[in-house]
Design a protein around this ligand. Structure first.
Ligand SMILES: NC(=O)c1ccc[n+]([C@@H]2O[C@H](COP(=O)([O-])OP(=O)(O)OC[C@H]3O[C@@H](n4cnc5c(N)ncnc54)[C@H](O)[C@@H]3O)[C@@H](O)[C@H]2O)c1
Ligand SMILES: [Zn+2]
Length: 373
């Protein structure tokens, strides 16, 4: 791959996720994959480790991780599942549990989730329920997983009625991020991950937002410094929000900016036509527009965010659909309380408010879009 040399080894950065007895560290450094075994030993683990991964990562990175685990004296097994969102089902949880049981895993055994958010969510959930919880370590290999899903302890699978309907909070013991893994990531997936980073800028950090405006070119070229910087900053923001509200009763909801509309689009596309980050990008653009429509933010906020989304190569337009389709899809979201979804609205860059969404208000905004075209 021509770009492989652009990520040079950088100094290791650490981010603490302070959750009392469930606290853990996120470590970020190129080449960390080769050190997974030693890092697990340092935490006091020994004995059995299961590496859960998908078919693509099994080819690319599993041998490196397993070699490192063996070198540190671990007894390893590998559980390989097919690629994609379709494995986030109870059936695949059951396959993993079956393998753990047959390999005589017990309370002290460790599970390593090596892959994107799908693997982290699926393997994390298996770790949460096997013998009422075994320790697990996240080794995320997509940008979405490195900046978002590997941190915070949400694990789970989908149900035909809705995404992530079945799940559990189970914090990892450690998150090991090797940004070098991003070199093999399909470009579309990398760009989708940038949507979540833009989200962090919008909800909590105007400086990160400006950094993205200045460095988007370097990020798209995968330059090591900027890539590591945005991963670190995103993890810090997610860690601090999660530390304030581990179980999403209040503040953690700001992380759902762009997701009220985004999740609705994903479910209308039956999880296929748009990937998560793309749906979130469209969701952020539409939710900012709504926020401006109801007088919470200025047109400038909408314009700056729209520009950055387009600069990243992310989609911004709502696919053709009726108001009823969109509103209907928004009702399936877990965020709905008494029939009313809530929406995270930007006030300015770096600051948002969480507000309940009225059907009439949303309908008026939806109609206003058509008249502005
Ligand atoms: N738990 C949370 O807090 C949380 C947060 C955000 C998203 N999620 C979940 O994460 C999932 C999306 O995760 P994702 O975007 O990482 O997608 P993904 O896990 O499906 O990975 C995307 C694709 O990239 C491949 N891949 C992964 N790493 C690679 C690499 N380094 N090189 C080459 N190919 C690679 C995978 O095999 C897969 O085909 C969704 O199910 C979503 O619900 C969870
Ligand atoms: Zn997301």
């Amino acid at each position: 791959m021509s770009e492989t040399s652009t990520i040079a080894p950088t100094a290791e950065t650490r981010v603490q996720v302070p959750l009392a007895e469930r606290s853990y560290e996120i470590r970020i450094r190129g080449g960390l994959l080769r050190d997974v075994g030693r890092r697990l030993s340092d935490l006091g683990f020994s004995g059995k480790v299961a590496v859960v991964t998908d078919q693509t990562i099994a080819r690319l990175y599993e041998p490196i991780v397993t070699k490192s685990l063996k070198a540190s004296g671990f007894e390893t097994s590998t559980i390989i599942v097919p690629v994609g969102e379709r494995v986030k089902t109870l059936r695949w949880v059951s396959v993993i549990l079956d393998k753990l049981a047959r390999a005589r895993f017990e309370r002290g055994s460790v599970l390593v989730a090596l892959g994107g958010g799908v693997i982290g969510d699926l393997a994390g959930f298996a770790a949460a329920v096997f013998v009422r919880g075994i320790p697990f370590v996240q080794v995320p290999t997509t940008l979405v997983a490195q900046v978002d899903s590997s941190v915070g302890g949400k694990t789970g699978v989908n149900h035909p009625v809705g995404k992530n309907l079945i799940g559990s909070f189970h914090q990892p013991r450690l998150v090991l991020i090797d940004p070098e893994t991003l070199h093999t990531l399909p470009r579309r997936e990398l760009i989708a991950g940038l949507a979540e980073v833009i989200k962090y800028g919008m909800i909590a950090d105007a400086e990160l937002f400006s950094y993205l405006e200045r460095q988007m070119g370097a990020l798209l070229r995968m330059e090591a410094g900027p890539v590591t910087h945005i991963i670190t900053r995103s993890c810090q923001i997610k860690a601090s929000v999660v530390a304030e509200d581990e179980r999403e009763s209040d503040r953690r909801r700001i992380l759902n900016y762009g997701h009220t509309v985004g999740h609705a689009l994903e479910s209308l596309g039956k999880y296929r036509s748009l990937i998560h980050g793309e749906a979130v990008a469209i969701g952020m653009v539409q939710e900012a527009d709504l926020s401006c429509h109801v007088g919470i933010c200025s047109k400038e906020v909408v314009a700056r965010q729209g520009e950055l989304v387009r600069q990243a190569g992310l989609p911004d337009a709502l696919p053709p659909m009726t108001f009823s389709e969109l509103w209907g899809a928004m009702q399936h979201d877990k965020k709905v309380a008494q029939g009313r979804p809530y929406c995270v609205m930007p006030e300015r860059i770096g600051q948002v408010v969480v507000a309940p969404l009225e059907r009439s208000e949303f309908k008026q905004w939806f109609a206003s879009r058509a008249s502005r075209k």
